[in-house]
Design a protein around this ligand. Structure first.
Ligand code: NPW
Ligand code: ADP
Ligand code: K
Length: 495
């Protein structure tokens, strides 16, 4: 699924209007009807509503929702914020239609007209949509503050008023919604952690925009979804043998952190790798042999970084520790292995301390930082959008894939393309889940998936395992080992 910027969303609306064909006011009717039906299907039937509308087409959506609710005997009060202009054509048509219903219509042209919102009302926010072109200020800002301070449940239409679709509104006054009902496709704003408080739960409603438009468009970002990953994962052939699925090495673990190495190794095995050898510290030998009997072990000084050429790929970092001797370890790994590999956790923290190592990373490798590790590597950014841009810039500069982990993990490709993963849940915010991801991606790389495909499929399967594990038990009880247990079902769910 594509993730579009403002101009492309507008172009998709226009394409549909021209080619379906459908009048713009009828498309608005379709969009608002989808919102109305969502409300009825989600326990809002019979409630009373305060609906706040601007005078653009977002406000037009609000007016249609108000009419549909009033016609089905809901108590509706509509507040129209006076921007100083008369409103778009579709807004005006729908204002005239609303006058024929029992809805109360009030205009807000000064702060004296802002009154307390009845506590039982559900608030619908249709003040500003994708047409916002400057921060909300003056009366608009006051009204947004008033709604936020009311404590009422707020449902935003298309996007919470005050947010931009595709750049940061950090520090601006923005509606805080419980739900956002948006149309057709994800907008970048919904994927940024900095907007979490504003967007609430996002629900994408199908308004029948024509798919033909998608063929002509290069979206700035793609969503990693089941369809994409199903097309990547290859079936196994009947005469295959373990040599066909690669030999991976995991270099991980230290005293007190052997668990990270075990989680990584077990996830790698479950990902489908042919053979796995773990380079671990001597004191971790028994732990690994007992916990992952399918894996071979190499022990010795400094993780015994010898004969690394024989592996198809290497995953390095989980639980490694940041002792000074590990700089030599990393240098040795990068010297011996020039094929794409996976670099995570303490290996990234070491590189963060010794930035010259960045240039030594084998081309096409995948690094998997969480936001703090990313910051140690590449520095702070002013907002989440800038961080995404910085990831793309650094991926190109070092010819690597950057998997920036989070709710919607972002994958930056060195060719400038960016992907947001759609699977996963906050149950996965628990120690060790990142080690599992490293194991999965390493296993996919060993199986000769391209770096891009290993990263995309790896993050999606990892999140899908988390979703299946949480559905089986619960989010709070989820632990990293559960992801490994559910990886099999995650694969199964693709077909
Ligand atoms: N057929 C379609 O296309 C469909 C569209 N749909 C809906 O249309 C919405 C987009 O509508 P839109 O383009 O009219 O923009 P919208 O956000 O309502 O109004 C913004 C107006 O407000 C103004 N303004 C801007 N910033 C401001 C600020 N900070 N504070 C105050 N005022 C500000 C600015 O005017 P200006 O003051 O700059 O002259 C601008 O004209 C979209 O989100 C979706 O809900 C759906 O129905 C599906 C079909
Ligand atoms: N709220 C969330 N929603 C979805 N995925 C999450 C969430 N929180 C964490 N994750 C995922 O869990 C993993 C955590 O990795 P990381 O922070 O490296 O953990 P650790 O270092 O403990 O292994 C990442 O893959 C991340 O995308
Ligand atoms: K809105």
């Amino acid at each position: 699924m594509q993730i579009f910027a403002t101009e492309q969303i507008r172009a998709w609306d226009e394409y549909t209007i021209r080619h379906e064909p459908i009048a713009s006011v009828d498309l608005m009717e379709r969009a608002a009807t989808a919102c109305y039906e969502w409300l009825l299907q989600h326990h809002y039937k019979g409630r009373s509503f305060s609906i706040f509308c601007g005078k653009g087409n977002n406000g037009g959506d609000g007016l249609v929702i108000a009419r549909l609710l009033a016609q089905s005997n809901h108590s509706v009060t509509v507040y129209i914020l006076e921007f100083g202009h008369k409103g778009t054509e579709d807004f005006q048509i729908n204002l005239a239609r609303l006058h024929e219903t029992a809805a109360s219509i009030l205009f807000i042209s000064s702060n004296e007209a802002i009154h307390p919102i009845p506590s039982q009302d559900v608030v619908i926010d249709a003040l500003l949509g994708s047409g916002i072109n400057r921060p909300a200020d003056g009366l608009t800002a006051e009204l947004i503050q008033h709604i936020n301070n009311s404590g009422n449940e707020v449902i935003a239409i298309d996007i919470p008023s005050g947010l931009y679709v595709d750049h940061s509104a950090k520090g601006n006054i923005v509606i805080k919604a419980r739900h956002t009902l948006s149309f057709q496709c994800f907008k970048p704003a919904f994927l940024m952690p900095e907007n979490a408080e504003s967007i609430g739960d996002v629900h994408l409603l199908d308004i029948g925009l024509l798919p033909g438009f998608l063929e002509q468009q290069a979206a700035p970002f793609q969503l990693v979804d089941q369809a994409m990953v199903s097309a990547i994962i290859r079936p196994r052939n009947p005469f295959d043998h373990k040599g066909d699925y690669g030999h991976a090495a995991i270099i991980a673990g230290s005293y007190g952190m052997m668990g990270a190495a075990v989680l990584c190794a077990r996830a790698c095995l479950r990902s489908g790798v042919g053979k796995l050898t773990c380079h671990i510290p001597t004191q971790g030998y028994t732990i690994m042999q007992v916990s992952a009997p399918e894996a071979m072990c190499r022990t010795g000084e400094n993780h015994s970084p010898h004969e690394l050429e024989k592996y198809d790929t290497i995953g390095v970092g989980p639980g490694l520790g940041t002792h000074v001797e590990n700089f030599d370890l990393l240098n040795s790994v990068f010297e011996q292995n020039r094929r794409p590999m996976v670099i995570d956790a303490d290996a990234l923290n070491l590189i963060g301390q010794e930035k010259a190592l960045l240039k030594q990373i084998p081309p096409g490798s995948i690094i998997t930082p969480h936001p703090k590790e990313f910051e140690r590597l590449f520095g702070k950014t002013a907002n989440d959008y800038d961080r995404i841009q910085l990831a793309l810039q650094k991926a190109a500069e070092y010819n690597i894939y950057i998997v920036l982990k989070g709710r919607y993990t972002f994958i930056a490709s060195p060719d400038g393309r960016g992907y947001f993963n759609s699977s996963g849940n906050p149950g996965m915010a628990t120690g060790g889940t990142g080690d599992v991801l490293t194991g999965i991606i390493t296993g996919l790389l060993a199986q000769k998936y391209s770096s891009l495909h290993a990263a995309l499929a790896g993050v999606f399967l990892h999140g899908r395992s988390g979703d299946l594990a949480a559905a089986y038990s619960s989010q709070p009880s989820l632990i990293a080992s559960d992801l490994i247990e559910f990886l099999g079902q995650a694969y199964q769910s693709l077909t």
